[in-house]
Design a protein around this ligand. Sequence first.
Ligand SMILES: O=c1ccn([C@@H]2O[C@H](COP(=O)(O)OP(=O)(O)O[C@H]3O[C@H](CO)[C@@H](O)[C@H](O)[C@H]3O)[C@@H](O)[C@H]2O)c(=O)[nH]1
Ligand SMILES: [Mn+2]
Length: 873
Amino acid sequence: MAAVVTRRANARVEALDADAESGVHGRTTADSPVAKRVIDAKDDVWVAADEGGDMYSGTDASRPILFRTMKVKGSILHPYRFFILVRLVAIVAFFAWRIEHRNRDGVWLWATSMVADVWFGFSWLLNQLPKLNPVKRVPDLAALADSSSGSDDNLPGIDIFVTTVDPVDEPILYTVNTILSILATDYPVDKYACYLSDDGATLVHYEAMLEVANFAVLWVPFCRKHCVEPRAPESYFGMKTQPYIGGMAGEFMKDHRRVRREYDEFKVRIDSLSSTIRQRSDAYNNSGNKGPGLVRATWMADGTPWPGTWIEQAENHRKGQHAGIVQVILNHPSRKPQLGSPASKDSPIDFSNVDTRIPMLVYMSREKRPGYNHQKKAGAMNVMLRVSALLSNAPFVVNFDCDHYINNNQALRAPMCFMLDPRDGQNTAFVQFPQRFDDVDPTDRYANHNRVFFDGTMLSLNGLQGPSYLGTGTMFRRVALYGMEPPRWRADSIKLAGKSHDFGTSTSLINSMPDGAIQERSITPVVVDEPLANELAVLMTCAYEDGTSWGRDVGWVYNIATEDVVTGFRMHRQGWRSMYCSMEPAAFRGTAPINLTERLLQVLRWSGGSLEMFFSHSNALLAGRRLHPLQRVAYLNMSTYPIVTVFIFAYNLFPVMWLVSEQFYIQRPFGTYIVYLAAVISIIHVIGMFEVKWAGITLLDWCRNEQFYMIGATGVYPTAVLYMAMKLVTGKGIYFRLTSKQSDACSDDKFADLYTVRWVPLLIPTIVVLVVNVAAVGTAVGKAVAWGVFTDQAQHAMLGMVFNVWILVLLYPFALGIMGRWGKRPALLFVMLVMAIGAVALLYIMLHGARYPSELSEVAASLGKASLTGPSG
Ligand SMILES: O=c1ccn([C@@H]2O[C@H](COP(=O)(O)OP(=O)(O)O[C@H]3O[C@H](CO)[C@@H](O)[C@H](O)[C@H]3O)[C@@H](O)[C@H]2O)c(=O)[nH]1
Ligand SMILES: [Mn+2]
């Protein structure tokens, strides 16, 4: 058995052994439940598609195909496309009809609304056209295993980057779980390295990584021994019991209990880190040890002052002003597996058949100096890219936010199926996974899961040049990050001569680049001696990028609120493609803001960033011919989508007209107008239902998406447009803050954040829209009573009311949100709504009552009584 173990050095070994013992032979990755589910997924939506032909010119027939392509069945795809055509015809007919029936009164209003409608139609096309050809690609993990005849020796190296900034806004517990999930994942341990970039340069993060390295000694072999999943301990221990798939059920309970206890202790140590550090520093400072410059320093455990930021801020040790730090916490392991020791008094878990090696772990924090724009996450990523080039230089790079952990052990293998595929792997710059979230409230009030986007929009881009880069859960090809062209468009070798004006002055960095492209290269342990340390320090300085192409043609792109979409765009523009990889269970999982204000600010940043993209060198119209035509349309849509909401916002406020005037029409004849509108709006929903079907999402996902879109359209998106307009005029950029992660540590209520209201001006426009539409409904009711239900006025008012009610339905989650804790009782909202509508109706009747026959006043009076006593009594 030991022989088997040494041949295979990860968690699957134990599964193999178990099977050998129980008489089942030849078990491979493909037989694991996960792989089975992915490969055998038969459904009534997707059918196999043949992908070959000219798109894959470089096909190498000798290598196995590593993924399969699926397209939407004709019985769904054809009617879907048909309805898109129908809607196109309908809107053209609508425009023609409107031009024919120009309003004589209120021409300005009519003309404005025509402009709005044309933009509606146009932006709908931008959104719809790229969705004509959704394609799903399923990684074939069994084929990947077979292609290397079952051994992991041929898998390429990966550098994994995690970014964090603030130990409070981004609770350390998330970060340490992310790192542990990476260290324990099922990928050959000598084939990857993990980097944490800490933009806050706090000692807490560094010491947390030391704790992680200690705990990993237990956690990683435990995961391997028992094949546990997921390998982020917090999620693993928080899970309801799962069937045991490891081969040592007998020992499992005992080991599990032990590790759980150790994890609890580990958590306590993590929680108390900041007070430990504070006490230690106080002790040092009070005992007469002074840091440089005779100020109160923050001290490391070994009695040296911490080079990063201090608790008591001081020159060169504060946020935005400190030296660069890089610490190899765990060096790269040897190529040979190292079996652990049998159970003993000190280590009660038997690891004698388990490989105990742990992958490389590096802590780093780039230099910060006042006067430099640090470019947030993009800046941090670029420094990591350079530093890792000298330490491990893997040909592939995976990037996570600190709150996203590996949830599926195959997560690093699956993208390799795309990268190493003989057809177009060489030209694939990145593989994007959907983002999945843990602590979202069960009904997903603010559409945090974003399924329409992840499962719909991204699948459709997958049928073009590929999904856009979404910031986390992405595997890159290192050379693509360096801004190199895809092999399809470049001469065979990468030319590096005279590249220092692109990449900066470090020759070591430039010399590392050809190696960083070799997939077969293995990572070797490093010795950080003085020359290397100096070299790394240079790479981490703020000044390193001055006058180079970093942030534009090299690395993550700068000067934009959302670095992700533009960085992916640059690669697509160069002719690279990307792949979408969705798997079950989800490859990665993270957290999402469930607080209304926090969520709106996040969306504000995204929409602001997208507009910035339009007005930058990353405008899709400026891209060359290598960008697929529909991909260009998709990017245009991604960078202009907020604009249309200015019109939506205006339409939503239009009911004000109903309040101030009896007769006010955007378009006459009003009845036909409404019929057209209803048709155009309902076809879009029919199309939506087809998308629900092929995207495989639920109706609730879709409804939440519609609702949150309207919430955004009445506040965040128009605000983003305003910001952008101001930026164009004043030249000043937008300041976007970090999305603070929810922490439920100090509350019994798991979704406490959902019920806290944080008032910001951003909420006001939507509240105004709410009020206006409630008032409009009230007025319509009032008109019906005052004029008689069968009069024109009343009927028009009622027709208009349909739209007001529709808007109210869409804004419902928002209304709940601003009610705070009262939002737990939606019935209250309905009572308030009925009362408000009744009150407005009554007011209308009273104001207009004098003009009408006296019986009407009586009706009004009795109705008034009813609505006053009704709900409350
Ligand atoms: O100065 C900074 C600011 C942020 N970050 C990191 O960037 C990541 C994303 O920031 P966050 O505020 O969590 O943004 P989200 O809105 O949650 O992020 C989504 O949207 C961003 C684009 O706007 C992408 O970069 C993210 O990957 C994507 O998850 C986090 O890991 C941060 O630690 C830094 O490293 N340095
Ligand atoms: Mn995030």
